[in-house]
Design a protein around this ligand. Structure first.
Ligand SMILES: Nc1ncnc2c1ncn2[C@@H]1O[C@H](COP(=O)(O)OP(=O)(O)OP(=O)(O)O)[C@@H](O)[C@H]1O
Ligand SMILES: [Mg+2]
Length: 295
């Protein structure tokens, strides 16, 4: 829950109020698009929600915990475990390959190297970059860089995925594939998604539509309930209906079912037989998160 959130930048001796008394509640598993004019404060809001910047005032509680009061060390660990962030400008590490960039969050969380590598390879294949693993960002197109950034944000299957114009550089077909990934992450993991977008197709896919207006407040423009998606938090039947196999590797029990389920489009990467577990089943001890984030 976000209450009375404010952010004022100070620039050249002048106060620039951007967010002023913003209130918003998101339930675990919510999928929301944030729209609004350029410069209105969308990226500012996302960065504060992603704990990358501090508000000037106000409160943010995540699954009941107050984020604005957490120590820097706890916040860093919380961010790594729970939040995936796709920046408006991708912020990849230029000296590392695509694979290494995507492995980074998993290594920060001290997952074994082989597991980090497998997960990163799987998710990169899912975003269509299985043949670009060893390319550095400068050796990738703009859209490919954005997809690497997306893979990095999703590799730990975060409870909360924040994406700032994630499909801005992508052609229509690739953009649609990325939308599908969002939906799957939400369906399989119950992840909460908040996506800033100017793309009407992506906005239309999200059950909730939030408009940021001048003065830095959010107006809920969610259409009538009939338009809301029925596929929400961990509904196993829904996952089964769309035929997602649960491809946990028998050879490597350390790889959680959910991570492997994300790799279903690239079965060649998931050795071993399919698991009897359902992709909607709980427990992901590596990432430490089992459901979406309630804010
Ligand atoms: N670090 C900063 N210092 C001072 N002003 C800033 C800073 N960052 C952003 N701003 C200003 O705050 C306002 C909101 O910026 P923000 O990046 O949140 O907008 P936005 O809604 O994401 O816009 P866009 O759709 O163009 O990405 C802008 O007017 C911007 O100039
Ligand atoms: Mg922005």
């Amino acid at each position: 829950m976000i209450s009375n959130l404010s952010k004022t930048y100070h620039h050249g001796g002048v106060d620039l109020p951007v967010l002023q008394g913003l209130d918003l509640t998101l339930e675990a598993g919510d999928m929301a698009a944030v729209v609004g004019a350029s410069g209105v404060g969308k990226s500012t809001f996302l960065q504060i929600l992603g704990t990358l910047d501090l508000p000037s005032a106000g409160s943010i509680t995540f699954n009941g915990e107050e984020l604005t009061m957490m120590s820097a060390a706890r916040l860093a660990s919380f961010r790594n475990r729970q939040i995936g962030f796709v920046f408006q400008f991708h912020h990849l590490l230029p000296e590392f390959t695509a694979l290494e960039n995507v492995m980074m969050p998993a290594l920060v969380q001290r997952l074994p190297l082989a597991v980090a590598q497998r997960r990163a390879t799987d998710i990169l294949s899912r975003v269509g970059l299985g043949k670009r693993l060893t390319h550095r960002p400068a050796e990738l197109s703009g859209g490919e860089q954005q997809r690497v950034a997306l893979a990095r944000a999703m590799v730990l299957e975060p409870s909360l995925l924040l994406a700032d114009e994630p499909t801005g550089n992508l052609d229509r077909a690739t953009g649609e594939a990325i939308h599908e990934l969002f939906l799957e992450l939400n369906r399989e993991r119950g992840s909460t998604l908040l996506v800033v977008t100017h793309n009407p197709d992506l906005a239309a896919l999200m059950p909730r539509k939030l408009r940021m207006v001048d003065g830095g407040r959010i107006v809920d423009e969610t259409p009538a309930p009939a338009a809301a998606s029925p596929e929400r938090v961990g509904e196993v039947a829904d996952v089964a209906d769309v035929g997602l196999p649960s491809a946990a590797s028998a050879a490597d029990p350390a790889i959680p079912t959910q991570a492997s389920a994300l790799a279903h489009a690239t079965p060649n990467l998931s050795e071993g037989s399919t698991s009897p577990e359902s992709p909607g089943s709980p427990a992901n001890s590596e990432s430490g998160s089992t459901t979406g984030g309630r804010i």
